[in-house]
Design a protein around this ligand. Structure first.
Ligand code: KIV
Length: 271
């Protein structure tokens, strides 16, 4: 039986209720209609159209090159597939850092042109005004702290963040600023599990962790990584549920062999 007939659309309020009753939130990325259909049908709570599309879909080294138009294209495809999940879309690098008006315009474009339900942006106190302006316009905002890949050239590496006391304290301050500014949830990426636990307890709103331990109110992974489509990417925080790269590669090699041997198509596969 389809999950859609039994279950109403997940909203930001549903996520708050889940935190309040101690139910964990499951979030996964998707960037296209086919994958989003599978993810939604499986019963995912939140689908993130992440700017990780820049890496896994377009083959860039960082998330910086992806554009607002490209994010809207991916988001529209996901929205057409998602019947139950809340669809959150990343504001890409360069579409909100200028000022709060630019941030609002970018968020409005995503909502209007893709039909998504919320936006996500990276940063702490420095993006407070932008968050407030977007929320005031009626658009739900998810924050993102810890390792923020759009600032990779500032950090220099993708290693764990906030291990030092000063950075940990800044993160503790920033989560409260984001909550106060109106964020409905905050992604915590690659920070010590103990810090994520403290922060999650200090907040009214749910945290979603990636490489941030089990005490977060929910978890997120990049779908291509968790099903093993991304070749050779095995960070410690990743649980890889399938090895699709090997499976698909094997299937394609079999197809090539069958074509060369004139084994495909056979009599039943032609008219
Ligand atoms: O872009 C993305 O996929 C993300 C997740 C890693 C949280 O921001």
């Amino acid at each position: 039986m389809s999950v859609h007939k039994e279950t109403k659309r997940i909203t930001t309020h549903t996520l708050q209720e889940m935190k309040d009753r101690g139910e964990k939130i499951a979030m996964l990325t998707a960037y296209d209609f086919s994958m989003a259909t599978i993810v939604d049908d499986a019963g995912m709570d939140v689908i993130l159209v992440g700017d990780s599309a820049s890496n896994v879909m377009a083959g860039h080294e960082t998330t910086l090159p992806i554009t607002l138009d490209q994010m809207i294209y991916h988001a529209s495809s996901v929205v057409r597939a998602a019947k139950r999940a809340l669809v959150v879309v990343d504001l890409p690098f360069g579409s909100y850092q200028g000022n709060s008006k630019e941030a609002l315009n970018s968020a409005i474009r995503i909502m209007k042109e893709s039909g998504a339900h919320a936006v996500k942006l990276e940063g702490g106190a420095e993006v407070k005004e932008s968050i407030e302006r977007i929320v005031t316009a009626g658009i739900p905002v998810m924050g993102h702290l810890g390792l923020t890949p759009q600032s990779i050239y500032k950090f220099g590496t993708y290693t764990v963040r906030a291990k030092e006391e000063a950075e940990a304290q800044k993160l503790k301050d920033d989560v409260l600023v984001l909550q106060e500014a109106g964020c409905f949830s905050i992604v915590l990426e690659k920070i010590p599990a103990q810090l994520a636990a403290t922060v999650s307890q200090s907040l009214r709103i749910p945290t979603i962790g990636i490489g941030a331990g089990s005490a977060c109110d929910g978890q997120v992974l990049v779908v291509n990584d968790m099903i093993g489509l991304t070749k050779g990417f095995r960070p410690r925080f990743l649980r890889q549920y399938l090895d699709l790269y090997t499976e698909i590669n094997g299937a394609i090699q079999s197809y090539i062999k069958d074509v060369k041997a004139v084994d495909f198509p056979n009599e039943k596969e032609q008219y």
